[in-house]
Design a binder for this molecule. Sequence first.
Ligand code: SDX
Length: 385
Amino acid sequence: MEHKDDGMMNMKTTRDVVRGLKDVAAAETKISYVDPMGVLYYLGYNIDDLMGNVIYSEVAYLLLHGILPNKRELDAFCAKIISQMRLPREVEECIKCSPKHAHPMDVLRTEVSRLGEFDVEGKDFTDEANRRRAIRLIAQVPTIVAAFHRSRQGLPILYPKEDYSFAENYLYMFKGHRPSQDESDVLQRLMILHADHGFNASTFAARVTASTNSDMYSAVTTAIGTLRGPLHGGASEKVMEMLDDIGLEEEVEEYIQGLLDDHKKIMGFGHRVYKVEDPRTKHLRCIVENLCHKDRTMSLYNKCLQIEGIVHDRKSIYPNLDFYAAVAMDALGVPKEFFTPFFCSSRISGWVAHIIEQYEDAVLLRPSSNYVGEFGRKFVPVEQR
Ligand code: SDX
């Protein structure tokens, strides 16, 4: 579109708009690669090679430091995280004052922001200080989630135990009792699969905030607000609502076909990048099959398979991370409004790694736009309008 400013000047003001920034590379990253043909790499490791062979803390270390830790480094990293899981007393008190009916994502977004007020390293923004801050956030985001779940039930907030692993502590502080080995293993696997995923919307949002040299708490708060949306991490809660709403297996066909006939999106399906099945889905489907088998809820698993078949036949799309993750978290006894906070509890390790990489990249993320509004409107003082 050309525009004439009193005939004095022709400004070329149009550029090619890429709606949704689809396939636009906004920066370079070494942290993860999302291959559209269905492979996910964390720092060059295929997640299929990591699953079943590492714990979540190893992945968090890998994202932060770029290498997998040896045994001594891993033990020290795990001990450091567990030693930092406890929240500042003031933040605990604020969580206790949160309304019991508040959505856990509101509480998480607010309290992560509040953590910035009590940061012991204040205005030290050196790389070393940011890396220490990153570890505190990896440790304390799960604690905020667990503390609110306890507090809203009128139960005392629990504190981490030195002899529990990170995953055991998370579930212990959330549920009030030591989890079984199976429960801890499921949480480890879920957290590994949720840890990072290229320039997804919440990670990109965090990087935009970090690109202005704003602080890490502001960038993570941006990410939490972004992940919450049902088109992103908020989908898992909607998946569970849908599965609860469908009822019996016999009702799946009519229910899903009806949504598709009404041009509704099926939550937990589709992906901006993958052209084939999300590589995380096979791991999650296996976790859910085992859980449903153990819990004698195979009808739920069969409902999921049925939904997969219908949606693929109609739209040629696949389940994404959120579809089976919802069922797995439900089986762990996590209320559905806590599914996205659990997503945050893992993705925090990817977010802080990207924030630090963005600080190193040191460029302001500020795209252009095509102005399609009016020019040259004649000003009229308010008295004459
Ligand atoms: C996550 O980016 C990441 O990596 C995110 C994530 C991560 O790890 O960080 O992987 C996690 O956020 C997964 C996505 C969770 N969201 C949902 O499950 C919500 C439902 N999904 C859709 O809204 C959608 O699939 C998106 C948002 C995920 C992707 O949307 P796009 O890339 O903008 O694609 P689109 O909406 O333009 O759809 C393309 C076509 C359309 O068909 P037509 O209109 O051209 O005929 O596919 C259809 C859509 O109607 N389609 C769906 C659908 N998703 C896409 N149809 C029905 N149900 C769906 N879920």
